[in-house]
Design a protein around this ligand. Sequence first.
Ligand code: SF4
Length: 200
Amino acid sequence: MDLSRRSFLKLAGATAAAATLTGVGLRKASASPSEPLRIKYTKELHTVCTFCGVGCGIICNVRDGVIVNAEGDPDHPINEGTLCSKGSAHYNVSYIYDEKGNPKPNPNRLTHVLYRAPGASSYETVDWDWALEEIAKRIKDTRDRTLVETETVNGQQVTVNRTNSICWLGSAFCTDEENYLFHKMARSMGVINVDHCARL
Ligand code: SF4
């Protein structure tokens, strides 16, 4: 079919309108008047999306300690109620809805430590205490082995106290304050390669 630019735009507009009307009709048909509002009897908590440096505001609705809904905060000056696809999926980090629309823990959420030993081809589940101890031990060992205390700059010995053998990444799942503490800790050990996906 030959379409001019004008008729293409007309067709696209008509299709979008039809899709919207169909959607409204479907929603009306499926919504039960007796169905309780998902956010009924919930406590509203305001938070900030942790996925990137934009910092969109999110409202979480919590009932009996369980988040039952999360959506963009319309009063937030940055996103004014909108969220991108990552922010919109925030709720699903912990919970998903069952067939009846009730929240249940997301079975795909990782809640234990997976460890792949050097040379191994698969992961094994290990406990948190072992993992934390092992991480601390290896960081200290690497740092002590590779710390450069002084360096010659312009013919003079200066104190540098740094290691180039460790790279430290902050986490978008942490608050600014937590990332600030990570940064302080990394610097105190002489780690100079510090980064974060949102460059915080
Ligand atoms: S909602 Fe999207 S744009 Fe906003 S902070 Fe989260 S990831 Fe960034």
